[in-house]
Design a protein around this ligand. Sequence first.
Ligand code: NAD
Length: 442
Amino acid sequence: MNTESDANNGGAENLDPIAISETQFDRAAAQVKGLKRGLVDFLKKPKRVNIVNFPVEMDDDSVQSFQGFRVVHNRVFGPGKGGIRYHPEVTMAEVVSLAKLMTWKCALVNVPFGGAKGGLVCDVKNLSERELRRITRRFTSELFDELGPHQDIPAPDLYTGEQTMAWIFDTFDKLHPGFNNRPVVTGKPIEMGGAYGRREATANGCLFATERFLSKGLLHGHNEVAGARVAIQGFGDVGGIAAHAFHRRGARIVAVSDSKGGIYAEDGLDPALVEEFKAGSGSVVGLADTMTITNDELLELDCDILLPAALGNQIHAGNADAIRARLVVEGANNPTTPAADRILQQRGIQILPDILVNAGGVTVSYYEWVQNQINEQWDYETTTEKMRVKINAATDAVIDRWQRFAVGEENSADDKPDLRTVALVIAIERVAHATLMRGIWP
Ligand code: NAD
């Protein structure tokens, strides 16, 4: 079944993550000249897939069985790299599609890693810290000969963070004594070799890519973030920190949300107050002087910039016609479906795609990995500035190529790929070229 034809036929949209990633890939591959058929097949498939099932003793003495996934999509540029998400609905298909996304992301920002991803089916909100520690240690031990500083390097993702990474490192280190194992995982706590600026990196990258885009005059009336009305879905490591970053640059944060709902304030929210309130109550919902809205309403707000920073498939065939933002900045992975991509493109709403916008995280993860090998720790400014340079270069590359496509320099003038397709074209070309340069073994 094909996502594109489903939407065009008015049928229910196919939200299977693999179908979505293949549609995105096919749109881009069609623009890459001379891509060999067999190479297309190779690049579409994951290199290595692991499914593990294991038991864990719970606090009440019961035993529960857990399922986890780790997928390496490609290692042409270096070891596999990608986050591990803990979520009750995470599936193998989702992890495969996210591992592919990591390959393109690393290639786009020129970070010498391949793409990988992990997932564990669990609901963090119903687990104690001790249970999470036991689950994480056992999951890591199940994968112990798959992970490694030059093999496959996990990082945080949905509902995992510094503490999870510290447990993964500790478990791996126990199983591989006598080596410098710090680079086996990134997103670690600072005192364990984490990078200054890693926690803020993805959100800062969202800001830098947006600023670069705006500076080129591509959003009429907004050459900078200051004064823009911004709505953010998700208030975690990406959305919450992005709210601070955009607010510091003078944006008006008109709405934010989390899994329990959203809040709106026409005059703008103070992210520090939202954070303090959420820390006390568990949600952004209920903050004084704000209007409670649903996550669906947040997505459809009249604003300049919509920053989805929570889950996938939030902007889809069913609501793309109702989106009123003028620019979508994809902090989350895969927040927009291929059918919605087409609808927004027809409506003249630009999307800055995930593989560009949220690549600040993996870029600073790369710097953490580098620092761990030489036992150094750079300061926040050094790391963040190095990341900004990479994000700006990638943003320029995407926009320059997109403008060439738009005037028909590389294609027929009526076939104008969107920014996502162009970003993927650049990434696929780089990976395909490197594969052929290395030579297909044996
Ligand atoms: P997080 O767990 O820190 O925060 C997730 C946020 O989303 C929370 O505020 C949560 O309440 C909210 N949320 C959950 N379900 C929701 C729902 N149904 N509706 C609205 N909000 C909901 O996760 P994160 O690290 O901020 O990651 C968010 C997204 O960004 C994910 O798609 C992730 O893959 C992507 N991403 C994260 C990083 C990173 O460095 N953390 C890097 C690249 C991409």
